[in-house]
Design a protein around this ligand. Structure first.
Ligand code: PGA
Length: 267
């Protein structure tokens, strides 16, 4: 809504299955040096989402939540016979701030369902963690003209049963599946604007004014040359970056390009 102040710029990277603990510690420490002038700005939130094994090192290097550290997944049960899974309590004990839930690679490669995404979102929020809940249509869904319906369904199911007081700890990532990774093509800003409008309308339907404050991030082949076109959109509040931000210099370059797009926009 034009009358609202610009939402803070939310910016971060998902390291996927890359980096050892020592590599992540060096990455996060390097970021703290490189983007020290941005850390702590009220209008910017930075985050890094490393593999589970790098989380303790990242939390230590991240320094008192100056950079939010997130996990890439979580199980919905408090504990139990779930070999290979990690619980909310385990993440809390390590000191993470955030959990990524429903990333396209989890949905696509590991068959995560909308209902499981919902169970994970509720478990993470119940444990007072922040959530980055991802939605995005496949190329086939887009081809059928069903992109908006897909992401609205994913968002409604992801947030089902999430109470209004918890929604302020949620960020939504819009990542069209066809735009992600080495074979992906970045979306066009006008298409992202249209989908983000649907997501915002859904958030407002569900949560009223609180839905207006939920950050919506775009992700999928974001780089320093295209990020400005996304974060300048009215309903896009940041970028969720993969490959282009896996080095300190890369993270810095995409972040600076995103910040420059916001100059004159009140953030
Ligand atoms: P990419 O990854 O920037 O390498 O396309 C994005 C993501 O999966 O979040």
């Amino acid at each position: 809504m034009s009358s609202l102040p610009r939402r803070a710029l939310h910016f971060g990277t998902n390291l996927k299955m890359h980096q050892t603990p020592a590599e992540t510690a060096a990455f996060v420490a390097g970021l703290r040096g490189m983007v020290g002038d941005v850390i702590g700005r009220a209008d910017v939130r930075l985050f890094v989402i490393p593999p589970f094994t790098s989380l303790p090192a990242a939390v230590e290097a991240g320094g008192d939540a100056a950079i939010w550290i997130g996990a890439q997944n979580v199980h919905w049960a408090p504990e139990g016979a779930y070999t290979g899974e990690i619980s909310v309590r385990m993440l809390q004990a390590v000191g993470v701030d955030l959990v990524l839930i429903g990333h396209a690679e989890r949905r696509g490669l590991f068959h995560e369902t909308d209902a499981q995404v919902n169970d994970k979102v509720k478990a993470a929020l119940g444990g007072r963690l922040r959530v980055l809940a991802c939605v995005g249509e496949t190329a086939a869904e887009k081809g059928y003209g069903a992109g908006p319906e897909t992401v609205i369904r994913q968002l409604k199911i992801a947030l089902h049963g999430v109470r209004p007081e918890a929604i302020e700890r949620v960020m939504v990532g819009y990542e069209p599946v066809w735009s992600i990774g080495a074979g992906g093509t970045p979306a066009r800003p006008e298409d992202v604007a249209a989908i983000a409008g649907h997501l915002r309308a859904t958030l407002r339907d569900l949560y009223g004014d609180a839905g207006d404050r939920v950050p919506i991030l775009y992700g999928g082949s974001v780089d320093p040359t295209n990020v400005a076109g996304f974060v300048a959109l009215t309903e896009i509040d940041g970028a969720f970056v993969g490959r282009a931000a896996w080095t300190v210099a890369g993270y810095d370059a995409v972040l600076r390009a995103a910040l420059s797009a916001r100059v004159g926009q009140g953030a």
